[in-house]
Design a protein around this ligand. Sequence first.
Ligand code: SAH
Ligand code: SF4
Ligand code: F3S
Length: 495
Amino acid sequence: MNYKEWNLEAAVQPSVQPETIPETEPERQCYFMAKAKKLVAMQSARAGRPLTCCIRTFGCQMNARDSEKLLGILEAAGYVPTEDEDADFTLYNTCTVRENANLKVYGRLGHLGSLKKKHPGMVIALCGCMMQEPQVVEKIRKSYRFVDLIFGTHNIYKLAELLTERLERESGMVVDVWEGTDQIVEELPTDRKFSFKSGVNIMFGCDNFCSYCIVPYVRGRERSRSPEDIVAEVRRLAADGVVEVMLLGQNVNSYGKNLKETITFAQLLQQVEQVEGIERIRFMTSHPKDLSDELIQVMKDSKKICHHLHLPLQSGSSRILKLMNRRYTKEQYLKLVDKLKTAIPDIALTTDIIVGFPGETEEDFLETMDVVEKVRYDSAFTFIYSKRTGTPAAKMENQVPEDIVKDRFDRLLAQVQRISSEVSGRDVHTVQKVLAEEVNSHDSRLLTGRLDNNTVVHFPGDPSLIGKIVDVYLDEIKGFYYMGTLADVQGGKIQ
Ligand code: SAH
Ligand code: SF4
Ligand code: F3S
């Protein structure tokens, strides 16, 4: 829901006395949004200008979606969004999946501190996955005392309440990080980055505990939203002009297993498919161990589900996969890929691969190279293994020396890129449906959009086409993207 259509005054129940703080959600947060709005209006009157807010998002699609919700709440409280970090309220939504994500935040925090020296009324807030790590919060308390507000991944819906506390208190650090929750609060405002496409959370948390991964510790146990709530949100999005939804979860294939009335992910997809106005459905991420035949069939039969699957491999060595606790072997993965390609011949596959997991030998690495060669991914995100404190892999012996990892990483990247440039061009000289997404950042005469299979296309076009699905003739492949021409102006070549 766009915050602009979200009626704050109506949401604060007239029956509620100003002194009575509602105990149930979302009424409680509505109350605090109204309260924060008054405090922000007072500060704004004193300053003689509107108050601004800026959110910087690190990490994955989950964090991106959370940031839209956080922005919705800040706007409901009266802040005006800006891209400039020198704002009245600046929030970092952090990621900790690899150490460099973590270091990036510390690096930039120093800069925020110096901005605050020149802008004393500034409120600096930190949230997201990094804040779920006690040692991080400790470090910030000690070394970054200018931070005003810290909260975690389980209580982002409480931003209005925490903000009110901070604005009323005017000094000192407010810290509210929860270890876990089983609560899912629906019906709060959001402000989407794109008017025509949106992420939709279908589940939160992760129960897989891959041995290298910190996500289950910082995002908590797996919780699925009810299909009714999801479909209702997709309907509202469609009514608001959204044509593409991306269903989000750390492992969408286990969706619904912990609901009272169990439902499979494939069944959920069929319900989402019924929503009029939605033209494209994507989802992320699929764990290979849980990908069912039912899902393949539903994808095959669907008119809306995109022919793109992100299927993280992590390693091609069955021995390493076991140590990673991924619960599939190289052979099972390859068999699954075969099944997918047989059922949906034009499917685009993408993946994530980790290089240098503890104990990885040259033979193990060559198994990974072998899978890459056999599957022929459209693209692959390649990562150097990063040791995360608290995960089982961090205690494993045989951490691989840096120079060996770097050499393997370079070889893998070269192979991934070579294959990607060979595969990506398969639709050249055909007309394809493209969702026009934005004006090209290098050349404003061009629009940039995506094919159903997620490949990027640049083509000359008017910005009024943004958000529309148009027919584009793909003239040329340039590495990983196409240059195209709108089919109706392109004339002769189509026939
Ligand atoms: N739930 C998703 C992944 C989320 S994290 C899934 O299972 O596919 C995104 C990617 O980050 C992972 O797929 C993995 O490749 C990478 N990653 C996670 N932990 C890592 C670590 N400790 N070091 C390096 N890469 C890591
Ligand atoms: Fe991490 Fe594994 Fe969960 Fe993905 S499935 S978030 S890699 S623990
Ligand atoms: Fe990072 Fe948290 Fe996503 S650790 S990858 S932002 S779930």
